[in-house]
Design a protein around this ligand. Structure first.
Ligand SMILES: Cc1cc2nc3c(=O)[nH]c(=O)nc-3n(C[C@H](O)[C@H](O)[C@H](O)COP(=O)(O)OP(=O)(O)OC[C@H]3O[C@@H](n4cnc5c(N)ncnc54)[C@H](O)[C@@H]3O)c2cc1C
Length: 459
């Protein structure tokens, strides 16, 4: 039998134990050692690897930067990891048509920086944007603070090139602003978590850079007042480019992690950003500031790049800061209709009290996407797991969804039947079977127990 090393140029295949370990985990708490790691540099090489895997019925796991929160890139059952990190070229910036073509390993923030000099803007901004890849963003349909005004990754993907599980290369979608020929496979693939194929090229829509940005920091001594402000701002007819929320415990955790100067005594804060034409932004900022003040908020304006950067550094520090609170941190990215945020927060406080477990909240309040972190000692894993289920029940009762950004992967797969009924899950599995009849492409993700026996090829 042929070896992976026989079908790829030298240096592409890693099999040393220490190398394999580096590709065994992501930002979830899950890990599994792969049987080999390949780092292709062309679509043709990806295709060769996938064809090889298909012929040997060996599972394949696409991987970007491994920042996923739900174990999507974790190589279950001795899979071959296909790391796209070396396919990191920005192939074309088509200024006139405002379309860029990239390879999947391009880091989100690198694309933003690169197109800035063309006065172009790529809005999707996961907090991990300094290190996550666009391929990973597409596979997870990543969102971020700006989703409230600009939408999520899906809203910018015009088309894709992808290697499907038998090794063939397909190109779906368009490079134009419109296109309705056949089923919309692009939308199906965006958010499919690497279970349908390996994305090797992405055609992205970009937009003109906003002229001006102003950030407001609004501090509240009462959680309900903060929630009330969120609804009032959104009802005012102004759409902020971000509307981020942090509760008291999050603020304290961030300040203990690094001194950013956030008010540790506050019950909640909102980070509200407005962008657009200079005059409009200035007027909108004034109106939003007065709405928040009227609801009891203390408002500070950050209108220079340095103070804005400092506030966003504090916001981005939330995730690492929370790891310092307790050894066990379960981060759920639930979404509820925005008007139900106050009820959600009240329910979370009740759960926290009843179960005697700390629940810390922050996130994208403007679109109802709240990151709920269950913090506990490891001995309380069972209570923490039961708490997750209870939080999901409340979320669904309030008309929400159990994941707004992080996808299902491994960690959420035991819960998908809380949101999807049997017919819906069967339909999704049917789609998976059409793309991947022998189930080699990232098996074990999304669908609980969706396994086939694999003869693992020894490397
Ligand atoms: C500190 C921190 C903050 C975060 N903040 C946010 C946030 O604000 N919003 C948000 O949405 N997410 C956030 N995330 C989660 C994560 O960064 C995103 O899901 C991101 O899109 C993952 O990109 P990645 O390159 O790391 O992908 P990976 O973790 O490597 O992979 C994620 C999934 O995509 C698949 N995949 C990767 N590349 C490809 C490809 N080329 N073809 C097919 N499938 C592929 C993998 O198989 C896997 O299922 C955060 C994570 C961290 C650690």
């Amino acid at each position: 039998m042929k070896h992976l090393k026989d079908i790829l140029p030298e240096g592409r295949v890693l099999t040393e134990e220490e190398d394999l370990y580096c590709y065994s985990y992501d930002a979830s708490s899950k890990e599994a050692i792969p049987s080999a790691v390949v780092r292709p540099v062309t679509t043709e090489e990806v295709s060769r690897v996938v064809r090889f895997a298909s012929e040997n019925t060996t599972p394949v796991v696409p991987r970007g930067a491994g920042t996923g929160m739900t174990g999507g890139a974790v190589p279950l059952r001795g899979s071959i990891v296909v790391s796209l990190e070396a396919m990191n070229r920005i192939i074309e910036i088509d200024e006139k048509n405002m379309v860029v073509t990239v390879e999947p390993g391009v880091i989100n923030a690198h694309l933003k920086e690169k197109i800035e000099s063309f006065n172009l803007f790529y809005p999707p901004d996961p907090s991990s944007m300094d290190f996550c890849t666009l391929g990973g963003n597409v596979a997870e349909n990543a969102g971020g603070p700006r989703a409230i005004k600009y939408g999520v990754t899906r809203d910018y993907v015009l088309g894709l090139e992808m290697v499907i599980p038998d090794g063939r290369v397909i190109t779906v979608g368009v490079r134009t602003m419109k296109g309705v020929v056949g089923y919309d496979l692009t939308r199906l693939i965006v958010g499919s978590e690497g279970t349908l194929g390996i994305i090797t090229k992405i055609f992205l829509r970009v937009i003109p850079m906003p002229e001006e940005t102003i950030t407001l920091l609004c501090v509240f001594n009462d959680l309900d007042m903060a929630a009330d402000s969120i609804n009032r701002v959104m009802a005012s007819g102004i759409i902020p480019s971000t509307l981020e929320f942090m509760d008291h415990d999050t603020i304290v955790a961030v300040e203990n992690f690094r001194r950013f100067g956030l008010p540790s005594g506050a019950e909640a804060l909102l980070l509200i950003e407005l962008d657009g034409m200079h005059k409009v932004v200035a007027e909108s900022a004034e109106r939003v500031a007065s709405i928040c003040s009227a609801s009891g908020g203390d408002v500070k304006v950050a209108d220079d790049p340095f103070s804005r950067k400092r506030l966003w550094e504090a916001r981005k520090a939330v995730s690492p800061a929370l790891y310092h609170i307790s050894p066990l941190k379960i981060n759920e990215d639930i979404v509820v209709p925005r008007s139900n945020i106050p009820e959600l927060i009240r329910a979370l406080k009740e759960i926290e009290r009843d179960r005697g477990i700390k629940i810390v909240c922050f996130g994208h309040a403007g679109d109802g996407n709240i990151h709920v972190n269950i913090m506990a000692d490891r001995e309380r894993q069972e209570v923490a797991t039961a708490t997750v289920r209870e939080i999901f029940e409340v979320t669904l009762r309030l008309g929400g969804t159990i994941s707004g950004e992080h996808g299902v992967g491994i960690t959420k797969s035991p819960y998908i039947d809380m949101e999807l009924n049997r017919a819906e899950i069967e339909l999704m599995k049917g789609i998976k079977r059409v793309f991947d009849p022998v189930n080699i492409m990232n098996p074990g993700k999304i669908f609980p127990g969706h396994w086939l026996r694999h003869s693992i090829h020894p490397y």
